[in-house]
Write a protein that binds this ligand. Structure first.
Ligand SMILES: C[S@@+](CC[C@H](N)C(=O)[O-])C[C@H]1O[C@@H](n2cnc3c(N)ncnc32)[C@H](O)[C@@H]1O
Ligand SMILES: [Zn+2]
Length: 317
């Protein structure tokens, strides 16, 4: 666990701040002594004793999501999302009281951390990677050596299977097991961006943790998303959201500032289709063996359209 985002976090038991984690230490301790283990993979479970009733994504669902995203099918969405976040952070930097302001991104329902990883790896003008002083800028073209994110990041998710992967992907972010329907273990007005990619939205808490100029960025599937395969692959769990319904669900605390459609033409193999079916909400109900039998009848390649909306919300005054 890296200390970078630590000062925005608060202990969920007493609300006080955490102490810095020294190298080799395997627990996160608040100044009142409440202690949370740091897992071997680097994430921290802050959800102790809350008795949250929730069916978390299984290891198989998480593995399917990781494999599908790593194959790059949703790269167009990741790029569009990064452009949106960079734009917001550029405005936050220029409006910040201190030039040393380090922006903070909260990725709510981070899953395996793939989108956050793509964001934090962005280079170039306005990118989220900054070259570390003294490092040879040319030497780091591939490996990322000599460069690190110019932002701090926190990833929350209720699934420890997902967070094991997220913590490995984003070692400089704080990866925390948490239930988004509980008060977030964060100080008020700290996040410049709250990112929600296909995950639950707690309007009141997102509004509390955002800075006054901060923005809530929500990615949802649009009607037509994966329509070509939704029925065959048993993905009954996809609920496309109309823009108006999304805005209404957040209207207690947010107003829509902009929304951008993102469409991607995908060419999927049978294995990709099995993964995309398993990684969504339908994965809780699908029998993997039956799914394999179903997709085995599909052609070698299937052309599929992914349809997303990236919506940016500002807090109500
Ligand atoms: C469809 S996945 C999206 C994950 C990630 N944002 C992505 O797009 O790869 C939804 C995520 O929300 C998480 N989730 C669902 N309910 C949650 C809750 N109450 N608190 C925290 N995370 C939750 C799930 O564990 C899952 O990782
Ligand atoms: Zn405490």
């Amino acid at each position: 666990m890296d200390n970078r985002a630590l000062d925005a976090l608060i202990c969920p038991v007493c609300g006080l701040e955490f102490m810095e984690v020294l190298p080799g230490e395997m627990s996160l301790v608040c100044i009142d002594g409440h202690t949370f283990d740091i897992a071997r993979q680097g994430y921290v479970n802050l959800l102790t004793g809350h008795g949250t009733k929730f069916t978390q994504d299984t290891a198989a669902m998480v593995a399917a999501r990781d494999e599908f995203l790593d194959a790059g099918h949703y790269r167009a969405l990741a790029d569009a999302l990064a452009g949106t976040v960079e734009h917001i952070l550029a405005a936050a930097r220029s409006g910040a009281a201190s030039p040393a302001h380090r922006p903070l991104i909260l990725d709510a329902g981070t899953g395996t951390g793939w989108y956050l990883q793509q964001l934090l790896a962005r280079r170039g003008d306005g990118g989220l990677l900054e070259t570390v002083a003294g490092a040879d800028a040319d030497a780091d073209a591939n490996a990322g050596a000599g460069a690190e994110p110019a932002v701090d990041a926190i990833g929350l998710d209720i699934s420890k299977f997902a967070l094991r992967r997220a913590a490995r992907r984003n070692p400089l972010a704080a990866s925390l097991v948490w239930d988004l329907w509980q008060p977030l273990p964060m100080e008020a007005h700290r996040a410049d961006v709250v990112l929600v990619v296909f995950a639950p939205r707690n309007a009141a808490e997102f509004a509390r943790v955002l800075t006054p100029a901060g923005r809530l960025v929500v990615v949802t599937p649009r009607p037509g998303h994966l329509a070509e395969i939704a029925r065959q692959a048993g993905m009954l769990g996809i609920h496309p959201e109309k823009d108006a319904a999304l805005a209404a669900s957040l209207a207690s605390h947010f107003e829509l500032e902009s929304s951008q459609p993102v469409t991607a033409a995908l060419r999927l193999t049978v294995a990709d289709i099995a993964n995309v079916a398993l990684m969504g909400p339908a994965g809780h109900h699908l029998d993997p063996r039956e799914l394999d039998r179903t997709v085995a009848g599909l052609p070698k390649w299937t052309d599929v359209t992914a349809e997303f909306t990236i919506s940016v919300f500002r807090r109500l005054p």
